[in-house]
Design a protein around this ligand. Structure first.
Ligand code: PXG
Length: 460
């Protein structure tokens, strides 16, 4: 009864993100009502293993009282004040100090400053503003172009969607905006040549950046932006040779490097920040999502010394900012969240024993007839569904194989994302061995049921 009523109101009044509302109205949205640990429940009482952590957010798991208490205490003390007119607030300062201490220094390049927003999209808009201001202040205003990658996701604002490389998003709203261009992604399974090793492919894929810089003219290029691992694009994990070669190219031509870690930071890959894992040296690092484990919106940019020095020492007033930049309640929740991650040593868990167990169990999926390649990096994992694992023959788009598998996940109590023919997960970092076993049982069940259905449909 409640479900039908909420669904009717939902259809009548709520425009959802990335949703076909005609389709949604016919089936009715699933109403999620509560959550605890790694599980969510819907209004029909059904329990689901949330292997996507909400949407790459809930790294500490659901139901953490400490986060609710931090929000309550802060709301009772100072629920809001802006930080525009030479004022500040204690949680925003403490969080910036904490984040600066967590961001590792690489080759003498450190992160002492934070710019706050409320989301990943806004943070990437801020990146565009900061990059352009940086080059203007250095007397190189012609350095305007930001290079990104096809199938990247950097958000849904005008700049975020333009930086992103999603063709479906570009097709709506005349995007990308000028001075943003894209190179191909480092997807070995799809773009590796016969006989080429992953390491060779990684170097070749990084070379696309150099080719693009030379095509545009190095003096025109302002920055390169990339996710350490492409998340929404289907968990595309680059070969180990990729990032060092990107760093070499970025250094050679003097570009700024933006590491969009909205998904990859805060323990997801076993480190506070993912650039540490891959050993590169970004100038700007985008964060959001797990900084509060999604309990309240907060995003921002770690501003490296190279950029901060110019903006602060030469820049005067930077005409950019948001009402909620440094929101005291969001920052208080983030501090409590980071404290949980530190106390429970969540990055270390992912890097250590539990991460190794997750990787080992997930790799077992490679024996499944539908799986072309299953791989993990920390606590993100992806697999590609194939028609023939030996020839690597793929399904066609019309087969909608990801949707078939996702439906079997849903009906058996598992949230796993489908991106085209890829199935992806990013579970909470708190998973126990037993929960990993349960997760693998559910994934294998969905794969088996998908195999049966695809055979019955004559697609195999
Ligand atoms: N950068 C990255 C790397 C992201 O993953 C954003 C920026 C934008 O963040 P906001 O907070 O503005 O949404 C993201 C967001 C998916 C999916 O389908 C992924 C995201 C958002 C929505 C859907 O996997 N990531």
């Amino acid at each position: 009864m409640i479900t039908k009523e909420i669904q009717a109101q939902d259809s009548a009044h709520f425009i959802h993100p990335f949703t076909d509302h005609g389709d949604l109205a016919t089936r009715g949205a699933r109403v999620i009502t509560k959550a605890d640990g790694i599980y969510i429940w819907d209004s029909e009482g059904e329990k689901l293993f949330d292997a996507m952590s909400g949407l790459w957010c809930v790294n500490v798991g659901y139901g953490r009282k400490a986060l609710a208490e931090a929000a309550y205490q802060q709301m009772m003390t100072l629920p809001f004040y802006n930080s525009f007119f030479q004022t500040t607030n204690v949680p925003a300062v403490k969080l910036a100090t904490k984040l600066a201490s967590l961001a590792p220094t690489v080759d003498g390049r450190s992160f002492e400053h934070v710019f706050y927003s409320s989301s990943g999209s806004e943070s990437n808009d801020s990146n565009v503003r900061m990059v352009r201001r940086y080059w203007d202040l250095l007397g190189q205003p012609q350095r305007k172009v930001i290079i990104s990658r096809h199938n990247a996701y950097h958000g849904s604002t005008m700049a975020g969607a333009s930086l992103g490389g999603m063709s479906g998003m570009h097709a709506q709203g005349d995007l990308p905006i000028p001075n943003i261009t894209h190179i191909e992604q480092p997807y070995f399974f799809e773009n590796g040549k016969p006989g080429e090793t992953a390491d060779e492919f990684g170097l070749r894929a990084a070379g696309w950046l150099e080719a693009k810089i030379l095509e545009l003219g190095a003096d025109k290029v302002a920055a390169f932006i990339a996710e350490p691992i492409q998340g929404a694009g289907g968990v595309i994990i680059p070969p180990v040779t990729y990032w060092p070669e990107i760093q070499r190219i970025v250094d050679k031509y003097g570009l700024l490097l933006i590491s969009d870690e909205v998904i990859c930071a805060f323990g997801r890959l076993g480190h506070w920040f993912a650039y540490e894992k891959f050993g590169y040296k970004p100038d700007l690092v985008t964060f959001a999502k797990a900084v509060t484990s999604g309990y309240i919106p907060l995003g921002g940019v770690m501003v490296g010394d190279r950029v901060a020095k110019v903006l602060i020492e030469k820049g005067g007033e930077f005409n950019h900012g948001y009402t909620y930049s440094g929101h005291p309640v969001a920052c208080a929740v983030a501090l409590a969240n980071l404290e949980i991650m530190e106390t429970e040593q969540l990055p270390q868990r992912v890097r250590g024993d539990i991460g190794a167990y997750f990787a080992k169990r997930y790799a077992e999926l490679n024996d499944h007839p539908l799986v072309g390649m299953a791989e993990t990096c920390g606590f993100v994992a992806g697999l590609v569904l194939v028609k023939n694992k030996h020839s690597k023959e793929r399904f066609s788009e019309e087969d909608a194989v990801g949707m078939v598998c996702r439906r079997h996940c849903f009906t058996n109590g598992l949230i796993m994302r489908a991106v085209g023919d890829r199935m992806i997960i990013a579970p909470p970092l708190t998973l126990t061995h037993a929960e990993i076993d349960e997760l693998m049982r559910l994934i294998r069940l969905a794969l088996d049921l998908s195999l049966q259905e695809l055979k019955a449909k004559g697609l195999l």
